[in-house]
Design a protein around this ligand. Structure first.
Ligand code: CAA
Length: 383
């Protein structure tokens, strides 16, 4: 794989960057302080045409490639990592399973709204006892004839409460392991489907995260995604792609912090010259740039593999693990370059430092990414 962006990719980058600078940057601090979901910004992302980038035009998508989607997440995250994950969770977790595994009827029903941004998508896998061990799902969907009776709860759900469409996973056949899990499409407003309080998070505070509560929700059989028992595989395949989104988010946050640090190092003078002229700072910047470049290559090449329908599960895990690990290092180095100023509220690097911290945790901890990578290389011997 080559990792070459085209003129179209760069035009898209310009368009999303301009949007993020104009519509998100001025309010990013306030969204962070108030932990506020940017409803109008998300509506405008729909108008900008980026809510369904990699999906077919016949369902309302933009028909672009996966790399275009990764670039859009990267550019939003460069300004606000919270807005970046809103797009990532919507596109690759909420919309993808319907596009990839949905029936024609389900696609026609949900994709146009999701791709236009009229509807927001979300994904519910994690539970109190099923985090890294996603197969430990305890939520049940009992077959009642023409509907499933859904009971249980999901935690840490990105876009929770704000989303209209949720792809969730529940046991339709208990006691047979992951093959007993099925995927269901839920709509906000279904009787018995409610939301817990929003979590008060360290970072990505402009994104909404809450618990989903299912209390005797009657889910029509028509909302079964794929076949009964196929849910775990749908979840795993969805996460393979979702990890490209989180890798792009980590890359964008790191890029934003890097640019802030470079500018500051040229302006801030100590010992009679800009701190950028001190080798201690110049070398730090050189290392940050090198890590960014490596991360970008991993993220873009995973996107290219997915686009080419080549195996990409290991590569997306590598991209997510590496980009998020270096996002922590780069945002920390950026804050260090700002010194005491970087430690103050209102400074973008302070927010980016906190925003980056989630990226090695969600969509599979980086420990789980290493499990996935090792399993691809070593097979069963590593498990
Ligand atoms: N694609 C398709 N099928 C897959 C697959 C993949 N990538 N990976 C595994 N499977 C299949 C296996 O082939 C196997 O199939 P059979 O039953 O036919 O043999 C089945 O799934 C079970 O596989 P494993 O035995 O490997 O499953 P496991 O229970 O050992 O779990 C795991 C594997 C990789 C640890 C998995 O549990 C995992 O990914 N955990 C992390 C969960 C995670 O990433 N959560 C993120 C939540 S979403 C989120 O965080 C979003 C956000 O906030 C923004």
């Amino acid at each position: 794989m080559s990792y070459q962006t085209t003129k179209e990719h760069e035009l898209l980058r310009e368009k999303v960057r301009e949007f993020a600078e104009r519509e998100i940057k001025p309010i990013a601090f306030s969204l962070d302080v108030k932990s506020e979901f940017p409803t109008q910004v998300v509506k405008n992302m729909g108008k900008l045409g980026i809510m369904g980038l990699p999906y077919e035009k016949k369902y309302g998508g933009a028909g672009t490639d996966v790399l275009s989607y990764a670039i859009a997440v990267e550019e939003l995250s460069r300004v606000d990592g919270g807005v970046g994950v809103i797009l990532s969770a919507h596109t690759s977790l909420g919309t993808y399973p319907i596009a990839a595994f949905g029936s024609e009827e389900q696609k026609k029903k949900y994709l146009p709204g999701l791709c236009s941004g009229e509807l927001i998508g979300a994904f519910g896998l994690t539970e109190p006892n099923a985090g890294s061990d996603a197969g430990g799902t305890e939520t049940t969907a009992e077959d009642m004839g023409d509907y499933y009776l859904l009971n249980g709860n999901k935690i840490f759900i990105t876009n929770g409460g704000e989303a209209d469409v949720y792809v969730i996973f529940a046991l339709t056949t208990p006691n047979i392991g992951t093959r007993g899990i099925s995927a269901l499409i839920l709509e906000k407003g279904m009787e018995g489907f409610s939301f817990g309080d929003h979590y008060d998070k360290l970072g990505i505070r402009s994104s909404a995260t809450c618990e989903l509560i299912f209390n005797n929700v009657k889910v029509p059989k028509a909302n079964l995604l794929g076949k009964e028992g196929q849910g775990f595989k749908i979840a795993m395949a969805t996460l393979d792609g979702g990890r490209i989104g989180i890798a792009a988010q980590a890359l964008g946050i790191a890029q934003g912090a890097f640019e802030e640090a470079v500018e500051y190092s040229k302006e801030r003078e100590q010992f009679g010259k800009p701190i950028a002229a001190q080798q201690a700072i110049a070398f730090k910047i050189a290392d940050m740039a090198t890590k960014l470049r490596c991360a970008r290559m991993l993220v873009y090449s995973a996107a290219e593999l997915k686009e080419a329908h080549a195996p990409y599960g290991m590569e997306s895990a590598m991209a997510k693990q590496y980009a998020s690990d270096v996002a922590l290092e780069i945002t920390s180095d950026a804050l260090q370059i700002f010194g005491g100023n970087g430690y103050l509220k209102g400074m973008p690097v302070e927010r980016m430092y906190r925003d980056a911290r989630i990226t090695p945790i969600y969509e599979g901890t980086n420990e789980i990414q290493r499990v996935v990578i090792a399993a691809h290389i070593l097979g069963k011997i590593s498990r």
